[in-house]
Design a binder for this molecule. Structure first.
Ligand code: DP6
Length: 333
């Protein structure tokens, strides 16, 4: 098994120049329509299956980076994090991969444009923005594929946040993961809308990383997941190519529910649903029965992400007045 440091050395391969004064980058959040659930390599975050996501346009993370002489400082949404907080340690461990000498420290100023308090901010856009800012600071001039591989070392789903629009994370087969990265699909769907439905802003019970591991280790149903994910990936690509909204929504919803089924069938069980999550699902199913085309997806938490099209926004808001509506294709270059 290879280490992260070996992969970084292979990609950087002596590239770069004297550090610039700073680096700055934005990366969009992404929501998986076909989920990444399960690793074949925990060190390199190599997935068991391919996955497919949609980026959240202007919602994501900005990261400003500069060098400091004495110790790392990490600020998140304008608040300085305690050096021993889980997030600061995770960033520090990732930055260790890129220090040129023992006396090189970083000041990291991360701001989420997606409301952190609403429970939607994930590490994905954060690591994607961080590697892009590092590239600027050190002048590596890496391409998106290489940046995606570096971002994956921080968090798997981060490799899908280097692009806008629909992104496929190719699972790859190589042990070094050089063929496992996010790639933009050549497709736009400007009328597509995502609705962020906050069930609770409370800290989630368990992070996705240990939950994923427990599923692989204890869930008998997980054996069927790779086949389900492969079938859904093909259906989603067809739905995107043909702009078949019902196929897109139904496939994404079914994929999310199948992922949650594997969590629930793990031991000890992993259940992210709150009673209000189920109530929201039932309201969505009732809306569909009333001819409102709306579907949902859900990640490792209680909140729902609704999927619908611009023409149905008023009807969907009628059911969910507090919905935060995102236009994924608004920030297209
Ligand atoms: C449920 O990418 O956060 O959101 O690779 O361990 O950092 P690590 O996991 P992470 O897992 C995301 C899981 C998910 C599904 C998805 O985004 O595809």
């Amino acid at each position: 098994m290879m280490t992260k440091a070996e992969i970084v050395a292979q990609i950087l391969n002596g590239r770069g120049r004297a550090p610039a004064a700073g680096g700055y980058a934005f990366a969009p959040s992404n929501i998986a329509l076909c989920k990444y659930w399960g690793k074949r390599d925990e060190e390199l975050n190599l997935p068991v299956t391919a996955s497919l996501s949609i980026s959240l346009g202007r919602l994501g993370s900005t990261t400003k980076l500069s060098l400091r002489p004495d110790s790392d400082v990490v600020r998140l949404d304008k608040k300085e994090l305690a050096p021993d907080s889980p997030f600061a340690r995770r960033i520090g461990a990732f930055l260790d991969l890129f220090r040129r000498d023992a006396g090189m420290y970083f000041e990291v100023e991360a701001v989420n444009t997606i409301p952190t308090a609403a429970g939607f901010a994930s590490s994905a856009s954060g690591f994607a923005a961080l590697v892009t800012a590092l590239d600027e600071l050190f002048g590596w001039e890496l391409d998106k594929r290489e940046l995606s591989i570096l971002a994956r070392l921080g968090s798997g789903s981060a490799c899908r946040s280097l692009h806008h629009g629909f992104v496929e994370w190719r699972a790859g087969t190589r042990p070094d993961g050089m063929d496992s990265y996010g790639e933009r699909l050549d497709a736009a769907w400007p009328e597509l809308r995502l609705g962020l439905l906050v069930i609770t802003a409370a800290e989630k019970s368990m992070g996705s990383r240990p939950a994923m591991k427990r599923t692989i280790e204890t869930c008998a149903l997980y054996k069927s997941w790779p086949e389900k994910a492969a079938a859904d990936l093909a259906l989603l690509k067809k739905a995107i190519a043909e702009k078949d909204f019902h196929l897109l929504g139904a496939t994404a919803e079914s994929n999310a529910l199948a992922m949650h089924a594997t969590m629930i069938a793990s031991w000890p069980p992993v259940v992210y649903w709150r009673p209000e999550s189920l109530a929201a699902m039932q309201a969505i199913w009732a809306a569909r029965a009333n001819a409102v085309p709306v579907y949902f997806t859900m990640d490792a938490g209680p909140n729902l992400k609704l999927i619908f099209q611009a023409g149905d926004e008023a009807a969907v808001r009628g059911v969910f007045p507090d919905l935060k509506v995102v236009r994924p294709f608004d920030a297209e270059p």
